[in-house]
Design a protein around this ligand. Sequence first.
Ligand code: SF4
Length: 216
Amino acid sequence: MSIERLGEAIQRLRQADGGGESGPLGMLPRQFRTLVDVVAGPEKSGLGQGTANGLDRCDDVIELSVEALKQALKRSGRDARRAGALLGLALWWPGDEPDVDWCEDQTRRRAELTAVRGVGHELVDRILLLVLGVATMPLSRAALRVGCRHGWSGLESEYDEWQQLFRQGSEWANSSLEETDRLIRQVGRSHCRTRPDCVGCPLESLLPEGGPYEPE
Ligand code: SF4
């Protein structure tokens, strides 16, 4: 079953990772700072001084022009190209630590996030998972590539089928979706790029007979 094969793959990736931490370091749910980290990347140490950059509070971010926000992101070593999307998200953010019910109203939050300019489906899922604490798997390019190449699912599968696969595979491996997302993206960067580099990949022994299927 695909779920077991995915579960086994998650376990292999965790072993190869040295059984590292299960979630992104220092990302606390329901914090505006976490939203900034998820959208534009974490602050590079030594470059920014946290609150001195004015990126920890949405009220401060809203006051900035796109250009000023770009500069603030750049100063903290983040991706300045995300300034426009971040500004839209700051306007969406409900203010100091949102309550759990607001976060868990997945249907409304998803609809609102999808409407923010510059925020694609994968980022919507990542915000839901890492910022609002909703159990949803970001369907990154890496997740789809690895899943298709191993035959766990196909590009023709619906969004909900992929979600179910990753949710159940993570449960099987006793992993959180945060950890699964991190491990899959890691193998996507190290081996499973546009062309798969299977030799030496932690998932090499789990390939289908005859090698990876080609999704693209
Ligand atoms: S590089 Fe090959 S073995 Fe590694 S995840 Fe991709 S398809 Fe699987």
